[in-house]
Design a binder for this molecule. Sequence first.
Ligand code: ADP
Ligand code: MG
Length: 934
Amino acid sequence: MNAELEANKTPWHTMDIEEIARSLQTNLERGLDTSDIENRQARYGLNKLTSRQSRTPLMIIFDQLTNPLVLLLIGAASLSLFLGKTIDALAVFAIVVLNAVLGFIQEYRAENAIAALQSLSSPTVRVRRNASILEISAEQLVPGDVILLEAGNTVPADARLIEAASLRVQEAALTGESEAVDKEAGILNQPGTPLGDRRGMLFMGTAVTYGRAVALVVETGMQTELGHIAGLISNIRTEPTPLQKRMAQLGKTLAFTVLGIVILAFAIGTIRGEDPILMFQTAISMAVAAVPEGLPAVVTIVLAMGAQRMLKRKALIRKLPAVETLGSVTVICSDKTGTLTENRMTVTVLDVAGHTLELEEILEKGHPLLLASEPAITTEWESHILLSGVGALVNDAVLQGSDQTCSDCKVLGDPTEAALLVAAARLNLWQQDLQKIFPRVGEVPFTSERRRMSTLHRLQAPDASQPFHPSHKLVGIFPQPGSVVVMTKGGVDGLLDVSDRVWVNGEILPLDEIWKGRIAAANEQLAGRGLRVLGIAYRPLADDTLSAASSGMVEVSEEVENQLIFIGMVGMMDPPRQEVYQAVQTARQAGIRPVMITGDHPLTALQIARMLTIVDADETRVLTGQELAMLDETKIKEAVRDVSVFARVSPEQKLVIVDALQSQGEIVSMTGDGVNDAPALRKADIGVAMGITGTDVSKEASAMVILDDNFASIVSAVEEGRQVYDNVRKFIRYTLGSNAGELLVMFVSPLIGLPTPLIPLQILWMNLVTDGFPGLALTLEPPEKDTMRRKPVSPHENVFARGLGWYILRIGLVMAVVTLAFAWYFWSSGNAAWASMVFTLLIFAQAWHALAMRSVSESLFRMPFASNPALYAAIVLTFALQMAALYWPPLQRLFGTVPLSGSEMLITLAASLTIPLWIEMEKWIQRLPLKAKL
Ligand code: ADP
Ligand code: MG
């Protein structure tokens, strides 16, 4: 079947691009026409893998109905039917259906919420349609589309290359080969060439690690190579999250425990001579009473709703388990630039030849560059022209708008580069002018390993007919027109390693130890102020170095970055984000350690960390990538325990840091934006990608995306994560506590000689009403005040930990004692309504119980009504339904109830209040030692 598939497929890799364009009826220059898209989508379908489909409504209904307890109930109802008790049987069926409907609605909503989150995180792609470039969701691609890709993109479909510039693609997803492959347009393969060798093709799901490309989409969705693989595994269901697994486990354990108790009760009852059939039904009702059927579903719902709330707070969850893991995070590792800081850079300092000058000062000095008259330009000004001019040329940002002082300029591109363009413009060196005289002819792109980039420029003779302009001055500094100059900018430390001369007031001197020392000292002084420092250098190329490529861009290797002439440094301010300061406090209060990991200079990093109180003001420990590389494993483990600032770190080292932290038992969240960050993002317990600056590859590797690139959003997500776990625990507290009460009442009554107070239908009703409405509403409870003031809990913590198990037993006992005493009193005094009173008492008590559970420590009277109105509505509904069960004749007949008199109702109500009173008293006692301390 596989061979057949292979044979039917078009061998795109053997066809040249024109041939493919013809067969797909597309125009490579214009792209497809938008009017054509609908037709194509109808024919080829959406570009997505169907294996990740969510559960269908039918699957949810099936799961609901095959729950073992529901099956048990259906069995019991069938038995009743067989024995001729039609009404009973129908009522049980009705309750089963109602229960299933409620569960279905909730689960369906949860599934939809999850599906919506998934489609939100689908990547976008740039495509050429109607001769212009659009950005569309990758799902919308069709065969025949022309797409534009660059480093960091995931390939969104199978495509044939039209153009490729230094293109490298990592195809591990398909071939298992982790080394990136060079790709080239125009390569034709023989039929049968293995995937890994089809170098003229791009495949869905692989990652562009370097370069740029234009490509023609040939296959989409399940027709792609990845689609074929996915097709083979499409039946795998999504893995349940750890919490869901534990809840399912808990459900099973409870079911068995209860089964034991029930068999015991059945045996005792039968021995005492009760009707075995009634006893059987009672036993089953008890089982149903005790087991929280809704638990696994509630977990799914709470997780999905938690993910939705996180989205409102700018954290997009890509993997559902992240919601719960977030609550356990103990260390948040974060990038600096853009995440902790605003990424709004402003150049404030220029440093040439060992003279540090504030930019404002330079401008105040009369600004001779604006005079634009040649004689006014001294050698000192010449140095500033060179520094800023080169900074503006070795630059991929684009300046827009050009008012006199550039106070209002808009810049597209990287903020670091934008700052350089603005600074140059303020010295009257405008990017457009510079680019005319120094057109770019080659480039070595920025990488975070080298921390620098270079461009090559061919000098043009300035137009003599134009009036003198400062940028003309720059020409004089370099050799004659026609020659090529390398311009480089990057981290100062690294740049000094590849420079051997230095520019000093118009002279080029050897870069000796004295100069190196002076530059390094100035660099450290600037970094110590928290400034980001970039070094700038250049070198004229000997003419023959660059082959006669006079037109178009050439590919240049990193080798050109050597024997450079160091010009100077620029220092730029990047203010810390306002809201991060608060978020750091919150994190620390919550027992979470924030850690900064940056590619920037150690002193810059340390200073920003101090400003944000990530470290104390007198902290001096900072570990650089270089130092890290020299430590052995045990030393690294020791270091990560208390060093909180890591600088000049390469992406690969992020993985080392995550590993070391995890080996210390930490639950680690790690941010990243680049292609190389993907391994660390995958390894971290919570990989966090940047929504704005992040690459597709980093997003795909992460569990969560922060849409605003803001550290504060990670902390908010942690808070939501804790709340999710809290609310699941509240639900367990409430349902299991109440169920324990019901079970004890049913179990003990016959032992103390009391007739069984509740009939099976009443128990089923009770569970439907109390778990279904107040129980679910309880999961809507907003976070408690102390959510972010306690230590993180281990993700492996037992659900019953921290007193929860004891609470369930305690409250069950209290409820049983109150109910049994109440029952005994009214039964022995011969009150005909005693059983209906007990039935009502238990329902009321549970409704109050839910209310008191709003907070596990705070007094109910301090909980604002408005923060969970749904719960109050649910309680009113519960009371109303119980009134119907007591006073509406059809339900009276069904449940065998008698109407209560006014005073009986009041007494029942009063007795039910003992439950919330007891809980409030417990909470009060728990708060006592705290009060004493204050
Ligand atoms: P962070 O980890 O704080 O986000 P980056 O990885 O962006 O820092 O930058 C690390 C270092 O790389 C900077 O300190 C700087 O030396 C260098 N650098 C950053 N952007 C550029 C750029 N556009 N051109 C040249 N060098 C750069
Ligand atoms: Mg960065």
